[in-house]
Design a binder for this molecule. Structure first.
Ligand SMILES: [Zn+2]
Length: 341
């Protein structure tokens, strides 16, 4: 991945110099969970940051930025609120249990505000993200080792090569959100008890925990209702996913700013979506967040966040790389987010 080059190259440059690239008033790094033990439902998706490395990331960011709450984001972006250093707006996606157990205590200790973006369909462990189901299946394939036997229907689907664990796992991860029944059939055939896992491990926060986090001063934001890939949805469903999740937050957690973070990515979101929210109903939300890293935005109502779970690089290298990558993109005119018309 080309970005990796910038992560490495940025380590050679002074960080303060890098932060001047683009003159960003705000950066918005985001994580999913922080834990010493990588749970099976995440293991095959992305690296998990340890509490020690997370605290190190935070200490580094506190040196260079001023942490702000969700309510301050529009004020900083619009210039109504001026700060002596760039602002740091921290958020965490998907509402995993580690938010309450690990992340919130560290943030409270350091006095850093944050938003937890949640998906109502998973709160209280009613269901889990299809990617997590895939990770659980991949985990069971690894555990089976030489005893792994591909279910017959997957061999029919993918051919004889599916007998091999490596090929089987590769094909498993090509299945998308619209193929959840196939993912669940594979889990069933391999004896992976998804419901049992939800009940015993309880990967997600409960509504009670969310309400308690809000009482402690954290913000709860919407992360779509069921975490689909928006590019695969018709525009009406994209809009409904946003509106239903914002309504859910409003109904269940009082006095929250209306923050929405796209699940996966905002890439491929339809022109009609932006017409609906930016032109026709701008009052229905405060800020929307993508995951594309540092970019010049066409509207103060949209902010791109920075994914922080890249190998074990840490904040210095990831943020430095983002600035350098932005500077390189600016040279070739690819540093702006454009809204489809
Ligand atoms: Zn997510």
């Amino acid at each position: 991945m080309i970005k990796r080059f910038f992560y490495s190259a940025s380590a050679l440059l002074p960080f303060r110099w890098l932060t001047r690239c683009g003159g960003f008033k705000l950066i918005a790094p985001f994580y999913h969970l922080v834990s010493d033990d990588c749970p099976a439902h995440i293991k095959h998706l992305y690296p998990v940051v340890s509490p020690h490395d997370f605290a190190k990331d935070l200490d580094f960011m506190l040196k260079h930025y001023i942490p702000i709450s969700a309510a301050e984001v529009p004020l900083v972006i619009s210039g109504q609120k001026r700060l002596p250093k760039p602002a740091l707006y921290l958020s965490f996606d998907d509402g995993f249990r580690e938010v309450a157990q690990v992340i919130a205590p560290i943030l409270l200790e350091k006095g850093i505000p944050a938003t937890f973006f949640v998906t109502p369909a998973f709160i209280d462990n009613v269901d889990m993200l299809y990617r997590c189901k895939q990770s659980l299946i991949a985990h069971s394939v690894v555990q089976a080792g030489d005893a792994f036997v591909a279910p017959d229907f997957t061999v029919t689907l993918w051919g004889e090569r599916a007998h091999g664990a490596k090929y089987f796992t590769e094909r498993l991860f090509t299945l998308g959100a619209h193929e959840v029944p196939t993912i669940e059939s594979i889990a069933h055939a391999l004896g992976v008890d998804l419901k049992g896992y939800l009940q015993s491990v309880r990967p997600y926060l409960t509504l009670d925990e969310l309400q308690s986090l809000a009482q402690k001063g954290f913000t709860i934001g919407a992360h779509s209702y069921s975490h689909p890939l928006f590019a695969n949805l018709p525009v009406e469903s994209q809009i409904a996913e946003v509106e239903q999740s914002l309504e859910w937050v409003e109904r269940n957690i009082p006095n929250q700013p209306r923050m929405f973070a796209f699940p996966f990515t905002d890439y491929g979101v339809a022109a009609g979506f932006y017409r609906h929210f930016l032109r026709d109903k701008p009052q229905s939300f405060d800020v929307m967040f993508g995951t594309a890293g540092l970019k010049l935005m066409p509207s103060p109502a949209i902010v791109q966040r920075i994914p922080m779970e890249v190998k074990k690089y840490g904040a210095r290298r990831i943020l430095g790389g983002e600035y350098l990558y932005y500077a390189a993109k600016r040279i070739v005119g690819k540093h702006k987010m454009s809204i489809p018309q």
